[in-house]
Write a protein that binds this ligand. Sequence first.
Ligand code: ZN
Length: 134
Amino acid sequence: MKALKIDHIGIAVEKIDTALSVWSATLGLPLNGIEEVLDQKVKTAFMPIGDTEIELLESTDPEGPIGKFIAARGQGVHHMAFRVENIDKALSELKAKGVRLIDEEPRYGAGGARIAFIHPKATGGVLVELCERT
Ligand code: ZN
C-alpha cells in the first residue's frame, strides 16, 4: 500500500460551532466549509493546516459512529486519514495480508473522497482512514 501523506486528522466534537471558536477563532485555522455526510451521520468542518487538514466531526444521530464514540470516550482525536494513490488496490493488499477492516469496499466521504476505515484492533487502537482524492 502506498500512503502519500496525512490527508487529515479527524476530531470528534459535541458541537462544530463551539469547536470552531477554539480551532478557528483562537488557533487561527481557516474554515474551508461545513458539509453533512448522511451516510456517516455527521456534519464535518475542514480546516487546512499546511499540507494537511483538521476535520471536525459532529454527530447528527446518537446512534451514528461519532455519537457512539463521544458517548463512550468523550470528545477528542477520532482518526487519522492516510491519502492513498489507489484505494481499491490498498484495500485488496490489506485484505490479502489479513488486516481487519471496517470497510471492505470504499464509500464516499466528505468532499467526494473515496474512503475506507481500517479496524483499530489491527493498528493498536488507532482508527486509520484511507482516503483517495481525484
Ligand atoms: Zn476523516
